[in-house]
Design a protein around this ligand. Structure first.
Ligand SMILES: *Cc1c(COP(=O)(O)O)cnc(C)c1O
Length: 232
């Protein structure tokens, strides 16, 4: 099978899963944005996915994300930065990302706002909420008690647009239970920013649970691109 056929197969299967999950949850598939997570995979895969109709791609590492975006500058794509952020790289990431999903502490806000200011175009951001009931800080995310203050901090920056929340189900958890814990964070963010309606939750292993829980953006890597790891 050619790489294009592999990607077409993975993408079709993923779109079918999304449609089925929407049917069970009585939701419109048009309300779900599929973000194809291309981390570890080459720019040539991004190009093939674009030919297959993908318009949203997710990356989690800098500078890999920046380099791929440069290689694909001729394509109309929305670039989502979804990985754990280091504050010393925040401004650099804001120079090229269209959406940053993983804003989980005030220190990042300063750098992202500076980068968005410098490029002269506002940056869409999501506030990442930690769904782990134990404090392990494995996969990033603000603790629930810190969400209100962080949302206020983001809203105070004119170069950042707070669009909603993001979460990753903790390893080994029941995803339905985990995503249910996101509700207070969603409510808190919307109280401060009513237009912040995006919910980024759901990956290859748990997108059905996320759709049932009301997600608007699923971030799917392995189910589309396979588990082959191409380190560059
Ligand atoms: C890698 C990654 C994904 C995609 O995960 P898959 O299991 O490959 O679908 C989604 N979200 C984040 C934050 C990631 O780092």
């Amino acid at each position: 099978m050619s790489r294009a056929d592999e990607l077409a197969t993975g993408l079709a299967a993923t779109r079918e899963r999304i449609e089925r999950a929407c049917a069970s949850a009585d939701r419109d598939p048009a309300d779900i944005t599929l973000v194809a997570v291309t981390k570890f995979f080459p720019a040539s895969d991004v190009r093939l996915l674009h030919e297959l109709g993908v318009r949203d791609v997710g990356e989690s590492r800098h500078p890999e994300a920046r380099d791929k975006r440069t290689e694909c500058a001729d394509l109309d794509l929305t670039w989502h930065f979804i990985g754990v952020l280091q504050s010393n790289k925040a401004a650099a990431i804001a120079a090229y990302a269209d959406v940053v999903h993983s804003v989980d502490r005030p220190k990042l806000v300063t750098g992202l706002a500076k980068g968005a200011d410098e490029r002269g175009r506002p940056l869409d951001v999501l506030l990442q909420v930690d769904l782990d009931p134990e404090i392990r800080e494995q996969r990033g995310g603000a603790r629930p008690e810190d969400v209100a203050a962080l949302a206020a901090r983001i809203s105070a920056e004119s170069s950042l647009h707070l669009r909603g929340v993001m979460a990753v189900a903790p390893l080994g958890s029941d995803p339905a239970e985990a995503f249910a814990r996101l509700a207070p964070g969603i409510a808190e963010v919307r109280r401060q920013a009513p237009e912040a309606t995006w919910v980024s939750a759901g990956m290859s292993g748990d997108l059905e649970a996320a759709i049932a829980a009301g997600t608007t953006h699923v971030r799917v890597g392995a189910a589309i691109l396979g588990s082959r790891v191409v380190r560059r």
